[in-house]
Design a binder for this molecule. Structure first.
Ligand SMILES: Cc1cc2nc3c(=O)[nH]c(=O)nc-3n(C[C@H](O)[C@H](O)[C@H](O)COP(=O)(O)OP(=O)(O)OC[C@H]3O[C@@H](n4cnc5c(N)ncnc54)[C@H](O)[C@@H]3O)c2cc1C
Length: 321
């Protein structure tokens, strides 16, 4: 079967990922996070905020309410890594039941590199075209020869479950793979990362593109807090506490106070005379004149109130004791 199924994303030379079915999306996350409320009881911005809050605080079970079922075709050595993700439900093409197909992975010349000297689990450095050619030739030779032997044993009536052991791990297999969004994001986090092997990364990226469509807010939150977010160890925090002058913390908190004021005002507009007291309530240090000057500049950004408050208290915790 060399043709790609409809709506699938081609991966490597002969593989693909296809979303067979999905259950729920951002709605399902919000619905379960709110437990008892149904769809349509809240504003889209509140839904987004709730998803982002849940992701930020690792309230993970609502993300388990969304399910994805994929049909995937990949080389066996990729499946070997993939199958380590234990929370999925899998049903794979059986080489005991069915005959193997003459479908092997041949790496593209761009992806033939040297063993990395820095990372024992990686590749690095341009291989000259002569060696690349040799790599491709060996891949083809061994695949072709092993398939000939496999076919010969098959025709002689040797059990398929045994004859298959002759075949190398660049043989393509395929499966149905079902998982919930929380665990799928965990998979994508590990397998779309630059440390993962290129050949599995391609499949992970393909699945990610489906997630982005099915649950866009969850995907956005995952990018902001899990992929691009940063956590500091206790040791790193002590280092920051020692090195970060109080005036820098004051500056940051001052900006946050302005952003909090602007965000609260955007959520629920206040009268002009209420703005300065509102700013003071957020811990603002400027006097009324400076406040008016800055406020009228129109340069104050808005954000999520809860997130800004969390940031404010994190920054405060870095103040020198
Ligand atoms: C870059 C990279 C290099 C790797 N190198 C190696 C290697 O050299 N050798 C090797 O063997 N593996 C290697 N792995 C595989 C890795 O150790 C994990 O097995 C794989 O990433 C799956 O992660 P997981 O267990 O968190 O995921 P899942 O199996 O999807 O599990 C998700 C979470 O559920 C929980 N969980 C699920 N099942 C159990 C269980 N039975 N018991 C307890 N908790 C459970 C755990 O909290 C887990 O984090 C590598 C993975 C990566 C990404």
């Amino acid at each position: 079967m060399n043709e790609l199924p409809k709506d699938s994303i081609k991966c490597l030379d002969k593989g693909f990922v296809r979303l067979v079915d999905s259950m729920g999306g951002d709605d399902a996350i919000v619905q379960s996070a709110r437990v008892s409320y149904g769809k349509g009881t809240s504003k889209v911005s509140q839904d987004r905020g709730l998803i982002r809050y849940s992701m930020r605080h690792r309230h993970t079970t609502p993300f388990e309410m969304v399910e994805f079922k994929f049909h995937c075709k990949m080389p066996i050595f990729v499946a070997r890594q993939w199958v380590r993700h234990r929370t999925a439900n899998i049903n794979e093409y059986s080489l005991r039941y069915s005959e193997a197909r003459d479908e092997f992975y041949f790496p593209d010349p761009d992806n033939i590199e040297f063993q990395s000297a820095l990372n024992k689990q990686g590749r690095m450095g341009e291989v000259d075209s002569k060696l690349k050619h040799k790599v491709q030739k060996y891949f083809k030779e061994i695949s072709q020869r092993s398939f000939e032997i496999y076919s010969e044993l098959n025709e002689a009536g040797v059990a398929r479950e045994l004859a298959r052991a002759i075949l190398p791990v660049n043989l393509y297999t395929e499966w149905y793979w079902k998982n919930d969004l929380h665990n799928l994001l965990h998979f994508i986090g590990l397998r779309s990362d630059g440390h993962a092997q290129y050949e599995i990364r391609v499949f992970s990226d393909a699945m990610a593109s489906f997630v982005k469509k099915v649950a866009p807010f969850a995907w956005e939150a995952y990018q902001d807090y899990a992929v691009k977010g940063m956590r500091f160890s206790k040791i790193e925090q002590i280092f920051l506490q020692k090195k970060l002058p109080d005036r820098v913390i004051d500056d940051i908190q001052e900006d946050v106070a302005y952003q909090l004021t602007a965000s609260l005002h955007a959520n629920k507009p206040r009268s002009d005379e209420d703005l300065f007291p509102l700013y003071k309530d957020q811990g603002g240090l400027d006097g009324p004149e400076d406040f008016n000057l800055k406020w009228s500049s129109g340069e104050i950004e808005t954000g999520n109130v809860r997130e800004l408050r969390e940031f404010k208290s994190k920054i405060e915790s870095l103040r020198q004791a």
